[in-house]
Write a protein that binds this ligand. Structure first.
Ligand SMILES: [Zn+2]
Length: 480
């Protein structure tokens, strides 16, 4: 057998010795700072239930992680063979050892990708695996993981402590009753695991099952949604419930970042058509643009930070969507016009000291051309971390190159891991910390900033910016 599988301690640092030396020093200062994760998709039940386990190695690394199975799918592995559940319950592979074998046989597909880095760090760093996944090593690694996962140090709450997570925000539907968050609060975990209000399923008139979602909204809010005004009332009720449950932010997804305020009569008419089942695609697009304005208004009033993820044509692959549902790895970037798109919203709220907007983009050209200049002007606007395909070492470098010179560090919102894969949390933050430290070292060795600035900026990137952006300011609790 070849040598033990290890990770390069200088990974993602420059090969230039001066820059690398400084990058190492900066990284040493931030490596163990607590993790702040203001946006992500870890199921709250995983932390809420003290007896929850992470399941099998396939449950942990493959089945819920669309970054993993979209790559395997792209090289011809059927999602059914990876155990990804179907919407209609048609059976999929249930033998997790077989799923794991398939994954290990194809592990080479992740070479050079951020997913490859996260998987390697999870396996080596978190679980102490010493063999690289392959057809031959697959079952031995499975045995090793299974043994670890059965121990008390690998239950979600213990890992949460080990990872040093200070705050983790989940993403929850407007109609969610937040039972898991309620029990987290009872257990004293309410400040560490917080919900996020994501109302897309009711504000997007074209969302599947929209009518049923609105009925559910009536039910949980206690406000009978019979028209546009009662719809707004119900949303306000839900927002204040989320806030009581510890939420600090909302999140909104839109294919384009278009915002537009409709006249009251027009919004009412579109909403009435939707209730009657006769709204068309134009109605839905205009209503989404209008609801972004209304959500901004509500944010200014209740103080929840507004996040917008725009520029993703979701569910691109119809057959995959019909069989497996949303978030199945087929959300593909589209060109976005942020300058014109956000104009209405920023003119109404961009100067409002009560309002904060964090935007996430997938059109990289827009970072330097549109978003950094917008953030470099409007006080309310902060730029979110590189997202989805650009949550990667090179994506981060391009983002830093594109935005910092124009927007400055303090018009950005730090990092979030945006992950569904619990064990990838520390590795995702680690990649960001390494890349930002190396990037700052690069700026310092050519004298754009000095080493003192670089140190402070590294701490902001790793920890401070996210806390400031989401109003989570409090003394760091230290790595637990
Ligand atoms: Zn997300």
């Amino acid at each position: 057998m070849s040598e033990a599988w290890t990770l390069n301690p200088d990974r993602l640092f420059s090969s230039d010795p001066t820059r690398r030396g400084l990058a190492r020093r900066l990284y040493g200062e931030v490596q163990n700072l607590p993790i702040v994760g203001p946006h992500g998709h870890v199921p709250p039940g995983l932390i809420a239930d003290p007896d929850a386990t992470l399941g099998s190695p396939a449950d942990l690394f493959i089945i819920p992680d669309h970054y993993v199975y979209r790559m395997l799918h792209s090289r011809g592995v059927a999602m059914e063979d990876l155990g990804v559940p179907t919407l209609d319950g048609t059976p999929v592979e249930a033998d997790h050892r077989k799923i794991w074998q398939r994954f290990c046989e194809k592990f080479h597909l992740f070479r050079g990708t951020p997913t490859g880095l996260w998987l390697s760090e999870g396996l080596v760093g978190v679980f102490g695996v010493t063999e690289k996944p392959s057809a031959a090593s697959a079952q031995r690694i499975y045995d090793h993981l299974e043994e670890r996962l059965a121990g008390p140090e690998y239950v979600p709450r213990a890992l949460f402590e080990r990872f040093g997570v200070e705050v983790l925000c989940t993403t929850d539907a407007a109609t969610d009753t937040l039972e898991h968050h309620a029990s987290l609060r009872k257990d004293g975990w309410g400040e560490r695991v917080r919900p996020t209000f994501r109302p897309d399923a009711v504000t997007d008139l074209s969302a599947p099952g929209w009518r049923g979602n609105v009925d559910r909204l009536s039910e949980v809010s206690g406000i009978d949604v019979v028209g546009y005004q009662s719809f707004l009332d119900a949303l306000e009720q839900r927002r204040s419930f989320f806030e009581e449950m510890g939420a600090v932010a909302t999140d909104h997804s839109a294919t384009t970042p278009h915002t537009e305020r409709l006249g009251e009569g027009e919004a009412e008419a579109i909403f009435a058509r939707a209730l009657a089942g006769s709204a068309d695609v134009q109605d839905a697009a205009r209503f989404t643009a209008h609801m972004l304005m209304e959500m901004a208004r509500m944010s200014a009033e209740d103080g929840l930070v507004m996040q917008v993820h725009a520029g993703s044509l979701r569910n691109h692959h119809q057959a995959v969507y019909q069989r497996f549902g949303p978030d199945a790895g087929a959300d593909i970037p589209v060109a976005s016009d942020w300058t014109r798109g956000l104009r209405a919203l920023l003119n109404e709220r961009g100067d409002d000291p009560r309002f904060r907007l964090v935007v996430f983009a997938l059109d990289e050209g827009a970072y330097s051309r549109e978003l950094a200049p917008l953030a470099g002007h409007y006080p309310a606007l902060l730029l979110g971390a590189p997202w989805w395909f650009f949550d990667s070492p090179l994506g981060m470098r391009r983002y830093l190159d594109a935005v910092i010179e124009t927007a400055g560090l303090y018009n950005t919102a730090g990092f979030n891991d945006d992950t569904r894969a619990f064990v990838s949390i520390p590795s995702r933050h680690d990649v960001w910390r390494r890349v930002t430290c190396d990037w700052l070292a690069g700026m310092a060795v050519v004298g754009v900033i000095d080493e003192e600035d670089a140190s402070e900026m590294a701490r902001e990137f790793a920890h401070g910016l996210a806390r400031k952006a989401y109003g989570l300011e409090r003394e760091p609790v230290g790595r637990l």
